[in-house]
Design a protein around this ligand. Sequence first.
Ligand SMILES: [Zn+2]
Length: 384
Amino acid sequence: MGINNIDMIPFGSFRLGKIYGISIEINYTWFIIFGLVTAALAFAYFPTLYPQLSVGVTIVMGFITSVLFFGSVLAHELMHSIVAIKNGMEVKKITLFIFGGVSQLSDEPETPGIEFKMAIAGPGTSFVLGIVFGLIAIGSSSIGLSPAIFGPFVWLGIINILLAVFNMIPGFPLDGGRVFRSILWAGFKDMKKATKIAARVGQGFAYLLIVGGLIFIFSGLLDGLWLILIGWFLNNAAQGSYQQLLLRDSLKDVNVEKLMKADAEAMPAGTKLKDAVDEYFLKSNKAVLPVVKGPKADLIGEVRINDVQLIPKSEWEQKDIEQVTKPVSDEEKVGLQENAMNALMKMSETKADKLLVVSESHLKGNVYRDDIMRLIKIKSRLSR
Ligand SMILES: [Zn+2]
């Protein structure tokens, strides 16, 4: 489906693996759509078209077709991501979820040309897959193979073409909306203006889906519910993408250093567990504290109070915090010179309200979500 910079995906996800260094994640909501597609194919679509096949056969067909379908969705997203990476962009992950797939980038493309190529790569892939599956279907049915073989390819061919067409609707943040934006952007030489227009068209299309869905439901077709859900999602995505662009714009010259507070409480390496609890955890009232070493405060890790509690109290006076020190993950820290928007995005991903600020592995302080939000508010008031 789309290429996005924000995380609009609900609930939890787990990692399936990595392809070309891109993390592939499956959101739990994806199992709903996988189940629905498999069931619809196995119990409705295939039995209606090919009544001569047994239920056992259509169930296997449904399952295999569904796997190939989501494989096609993944191929679509991968092509977006590969083109993005080839053009110097960073792709955080690809997530499959209830409404398809999303490639999450950590930044906007730099030029309209890059955006155009990146956006068109997805629908282009779906289109080619549609043709290939269609040819396999025609080939296998013309040499007299069973519908159990060619049936899935007929459906895969049609659905991939439909996927290409749906995604080319010119409403941001659908792929077509990105293509549309890149053309407006090249014309106006103004990305903000282009995004505003493309997002409006996207919202217009979303409302159309919702209204269409309501009409369906009132005429007794429950499928309308699906249109309403997709419309609602697209509307949120269009609004979210534009708002995020405004945020990024207002923070474009602000780096973490400007907003950082040099108030990071840290424990020196070698601190005994007893002192860590009495002097640091109890006094600071925090559940996690960083550990530093040397005069320049090299960040060597962090300690969670829960891990300290796993060690018997009788050993707290002998053992030091290195016993329970764990490395600080990239999600918990940000570089001093990084853009404040990156810090904000990291925090919104992990629902954290602050990050550790580091410079060449030295701990410098904390950056807080509230401080970034306050600056955004002030800036938006000034620009009105
Ligand atoms: Zn796409």
